[in-house]
Design a binder for this molecule. Structure first.
Ligand SMILES: Cc1ncc(COP(=O)(O)O)c(C=O)c1O
Length: 446
């Protein structure tokens, strides 16, 4: 028999990646003892900070009693207590919650709910789902098809194409060629009206969007008239509004949910990431009562082995308790304003920075080759990747940033996303601003 090679973890970084061994607050320590300031909360996930013993204890306590009972056969105290505490915080009336294992599963579940809802309503021709360019809703095929990220879609195009995409609310590049971006609510409504005219009345089932675009457009905040106009258009045309709050939910933008900034009410909402702050693979769909009731009555058939996770709900509840008791949503608002101001100051004279934007602790930096024309660097220069490497390798402690690329025209474009845990202090905030500026400068100067 020939000798079998050893197995390895499938990852882009391979064996070169440092090994994370512990976390505390906004910090991660690797196996060599090197510390990293986690200015991105991983993939904009960790809100309550690393190393929270109370969350670990809640998971252990729950698993010690019961770890698994199938969601079609049982409910559980942990699920009921979590839903009772979360319900009043959700921006919708009497929602029903369907817990799953993450954001992509939540997006897939919401899509199936939309279809099943219209079947239950006796409108089987409402099959057209609309999402936006410059968006991300997940990596499974349905969620990827919703996503308007051309580079991610490209290899799988033969399997995609079920959904319609309209322009992103992305004021910085509104009207620029190749950006698929608009800068006002009126433009959004005009585009939606044109789509409706093209597909015909009674055909559009749902509009799916991130209230503030996270990783694809680096915290692009829509103009203030955008959400009121789009949500009114959805209501007027009986189109279900699905808010993807996977990144913006649970305080990230300084309010419990992103839609709170504009007081608009989704029919369905999906969340994940911050719901358990990275302590458990978890997400959910919240369906407002007027959507959930007919769905439940119609016998909506769906499920995953790990939906309705009991330890997941116990962890989600423990995270919710910390967010509330420590007033961390308020902290995200104040720390976010402070950090954005510090970044604006530190980057004021940096010629590669086109814009610093965001809300709360979801902050984006758009990098350009030329500030006045907004021309991007060519993707081949890998500016974002080089800045991330420079920041991670900084002398002393490393600095972890998150990235987004290709926003300018589907190929070119570089952005940094900053989203630390809400527990950061003044010194850490200052370190993020100075370290980010130093990393950009180091790459620019070569
Ligand atoms: C807005 C948004 N939706 C959906 C997803 C997919 O979530 P997951 O990676 O948990 O599948 C993400 C992940 O980054 C996201 O940012």
């Amino acid at each position: 028999m020939t000798e079998k090679a050893g197995a390895s973890i499938f990852s882009r970084g391979g064996a070169a990646l440092p090994r994370a061994v512990s976390g505390d607050g906004a910090w991660i320590t690797d196996a060599t003892g090197r510390r990293y300031l986690d200015a991105a909360g991983g993939a904009i996930v960790v809100g309550i900070g690393h190393g929270r013993g109370a969350v670990a204890a809640a998971a252990a306590e729950q698993m010690g009693r019961i770890a698994y009972a199938h969601g079609s056969a049982f409910t559980a105290d942990a699920l009921e207590a979590w839903v009772a505490e979360l319900g009043p915080l959700l921006p919708m009336q009497h929602p029903s919650l369907y817990p799953v294992s993450g954001g992509s599963e939540a997006a897939e579940t919401a899509l199936k709910m939309v279809r099943a809802y219209w079947l239950a309503q006796g409108e089987p021709d409402r099959t057209v789902v609309v999402s936006r360019w410059g968006s991300y809703h997940g990596n499974t095929l349905g969620a990827l098809d919703l996503s308007g990220r051309r580079g991610l879609r490209k290899p799988y195009e033969p399997w995609l194409g079920r959904f319609e995409h309209v322009s992103a609310a992305y004021p910085y590049r509104a009207g620029l060629p190749g950006a698929d971006a608009i800068g006002s609510g009126a433009e959004a409504v005009a585009e939606l009206d044109a789509l409706l005219a093209r597909v015909g009345p009674g055909r559009i089932a749902a509009f799916v969007a991130e209230p503030i675009v996270g990783a694809t457009l680096a915290a692009a905040v829509p103009p203030d008239d955008y959400w009121p106009a789009v949500s009114a258009w959805c209501a007027h045309n009986k189109v279900l509004f699905v808010a993807d709050e996977v990144m913006t939910g649970f305080g990230r933008t300084g309010t419990w949910f992103g839609v709170n900034h504009w007081n608009v009410t989704p029919d369905l909402l999906i969340a994940a990431k911050g719901a358990t702050s990275g302590y458990w693979p978890f997400g959910f769909v919240a369906a407002a009562q007027h959507v959930a009731d007919p769905l439940i009555a119609s016998g909506f058939v769906h499920g995953f082995t790990y939906s309705h996770s009991i330890p997941g709900a116990a962890v989600a509840r423990a995270v919710l308790t910390i967010l509330r008791d420590e007033r961390l949503v308020e902290a995200a608002a104040t720390r976010g304003a402070q950090l954005r101001a510090a970044l604006v100051e530190a980057l004021a004279d940096e010629p590669w920075v086109g814009e610093v934007r965001g809300r709360g602790l979801l902050i984006g930096i758009e990098l350009v080759a030329d500030r006045s024309s907004k021309a991007p660097h060519p993707r081949s220069a890998r500016v974002t990747e080089r800045i991330l490497t420079a920041a991670k390798g900084q002398e002393g402690d490393g600095l972890l940033l998150y990235s987004a690329t290709a926003q300018a025209n589907g190929t070119d474009g570089d952005q940094l996303v900053i989203g630390p845990p809400f527990v950061i202090g003044d010194a850490e905030l200052d370190r993020i601003a100075r370290g980010t500026a130093a990393a950009i400068c180091a790459v620019r100067e070569g």
